[in-house]
Design a protein around this ligand. Sequence first.
Ligand code: ATP
Ligand code: MG
Length: 285
Amino acid sequence: MARVIAIFNMKGGVGKTTTSMNLAAYLAMRGKKTLLIDFDPQFNATIGLGVAHAPDETVYHALLAGQDVERVVKPTYLTNFHLAPSSADLAGALIELVYLPDREQYLQHFVEKVRDRYDFIFIDLGPNLNLLTVNGLVAADEVIAPIQCEYFSLEGLSQLLQTITLVRENLEHPLKVTGALLTMYDKRERHSREIAREVRRRFPHRVFDVEIPRSVALAEAPHYKKPIMLYAPLSPGALAYEALADEVLREAYGVLAAEGVPPAPPAPADYPQYPRLDPTAEHSL
Ligand code: ATP
Ligand code: MG
């Protein structure tokens, strides 16, 4: 049964899509069956992963036009990694959903249909707070919030937590904050270091140990329609997302241990080691 994790921050351009694509890809490389649902009408994840689909094979069509879920879930370049693509049609869902009963639960119904096939399902949300975002949060068990290391992020922290509280209380949905993730961190800049320290001090939930550095390869990879591991696997951004995947997995083992299952070895070195992929090789579906 999959852990369903929404990547959420109402603030735009903080690294939600970059995190969704690359965290999902590294978990798939670690052998976890992973689905990324692109739930943003900007469909950046769909473009960035270069997944081909017919115009009526998107998450919008599965939610509101009766399309078969099987036709919407697509393979990517990587084994174990599937994508439910988005398109600009999803913007129309905002208007259509308003008039429908249980309008907050459409994505949740979609997730329930595929949940038992995966270990992880990520939902990449857009930068707004609207009915689509609420659908994404209601469909998820957990939230990871990328926080860009810049001043305005601190301003947005309380708004972010308030939104999660609203979903918990008004929609009676027990949403867990798995963690905040510091993104676009530049350790050479004092400002960046100060913001990172302040987020760690102020954020009342876990802040991941891993900090995602500002790394040009992360911005370039989507142009080549590849996750970072296929584009520049030794770049600082790639290594950081790989370490993040291990941190997420370590936490999962912690959850299992709490439930009485014997703990798995804690150190990343003890996980099955997959050979690094050759970024220059040709990959096909
Ligand atoms: P939106 O709110 O519009 O959905 P987002 O939160 O999904 O945006 P991204 O699209 O992931 O943010 O990132 C915004 C821009 O910053 C993109 O051009 C992306 O390639 C770039 N970017 C993201 N993370 C990094 C990083 N660590 N280093 C350098 N560039 C980055
Ligand atoms: Mg995005």
